[in-house]
Design a protein around this ligand. Structure first.
Ligand SMILES: NC(=O)c1ccc[n+]([C@@H]2O[C@H](COP(=O)([O-])OP(=O)(O)OC[C@H]3O[C@@H](n4cnc5c(N)ncnc54)[C@H](OP(=O)(O)O)[C@@H]3O)[C@@H](O)[C@H]2O)c1
Length: 254
């Protein structure tokens, strides 16, 4: 039985808690959060807002915003325990030297009310010695079928790519939604297209999946789109993305 404590009960902390709770081989013996949480009735796990009141565990998982991981790890009063963070972009070295350091980065987007299937989520692990790496691998395999050893340098690149394919793409959904709303059209109309675009990646790579006026070099359509976007904050974004696609596929600029 692995005894775990989760520090920070936000998006990732809560999803990890639920994933861990599904296996009898992990016992989340305590949750720490800096502010009080209103748990639903029947919630059994010990909870504290006092960082000095942490119990003894096999692993301490810090799931707080990137900029606060370092400080939180430095406030832990114990020594030589395995303390890991869950960030894609923070190097392992940012954790305090007082404890054994590790990373347990679930490569997925987590929002509090959106369920995820942990089994398919890549868990990127890193540690400074074989024993800790093995512990993290064991922990990861209890909730996911995809646990991979990824060092801080690789993870940084992974996270950068993830920002493009997740955060930027989602922002473009927002742009699409705004443009439709201005014309009283429903975003639902675009959902089958969004789903098919993502699904296609199961059989094609992104390079071969690309379609659209920029890829085809349909200059009249592009000009018309830029005209429709006159005065819109999204005109420059359209222009830049179009140039980027044209350079990639046609070696040309608008
Ligand atoms: N969300 C994702 O999709 C995702 C995916 C993979 C990895 N990650 C990584 O997971 C970590 C947590 O992200 P998240 O999205 O779960 O964050 P989040 O939902 O914003 O949760 C942050 C948690 O940290 C606490 N917190 C905030 N500032 C703090 C401070 N100064 N000291 C102590 N606790 C503090 C918050 O407590 P209060 O309740 O008191 O505000 C909250 O419980 C980050 O390193 C992030 O890079 C996130």
């Amino acid at each position: 039985m692995i005894k775990a404590i989760i520090l920070g009960f936000g998006n990732v902390g809560q999803h990890l808690y639920h994933a861990f709770s599904k296996t009898s081989k992990i016992d989340v013996i305590q949750i720490y959060n800096r502010s009080q949480i209103n748990f639903s009735e029947g919630f059994q796990t010990n909870f504290t807002t006092e960082i000095t009141q942490l119990k003894e565990a096999d692993i301490y998982i810090i799931a707080v915003p990137d900029d606060t991981i370092k400080v939180l790890s430095e406030t832990l009063s114990f020594k030589n325990k395995l303390v890991v963070h869950t960030s894609g972009s923070v190097p392992i070295s940012y954790l305090s030297d007082n404890n054994k350091k590790g990373v347990f980065y679930p490569l997925q987007t987590f929002s509090k009310n959106a369920e995820v299937d942990f089994k398919t989520i890549p868990i990127c692990i890193e540690a400074n010695n074989k024993e800790d790496l093995e512990s993290l691998k064991q922990l990861g395999l209890l909730i996911s079928e995809n646990v991979q050893e990824i060092n801080s340098k690789e993870r940084e690149q992974l996270h950068l790519s993830a920002v493009f394919v997740n955060n930027f793409v989602n922002y473009l959904y927002q742009v699409g939604s705004d443009l439709l709303m201005d014309n009283s059209l429903s975003f639902d109309l675009l959902k089958p297209l969004i789903i098919e675009t993502a699904k296609k990646l199961e059989s094609l790579n992104p390079e071969n999946s690309q379609t659209g006026p920029a890829k085809r070099n349909d200059l009249k359509t592009i000009e018309n789109h830029l005209h429709l976007l006159e005065g819109s904050p999204y005109k420059e974004l359209y222009h830049k993305l179009t140039i980027s696609i044209q350079e990639k596929y046609n070696g040309k600029k608008l």
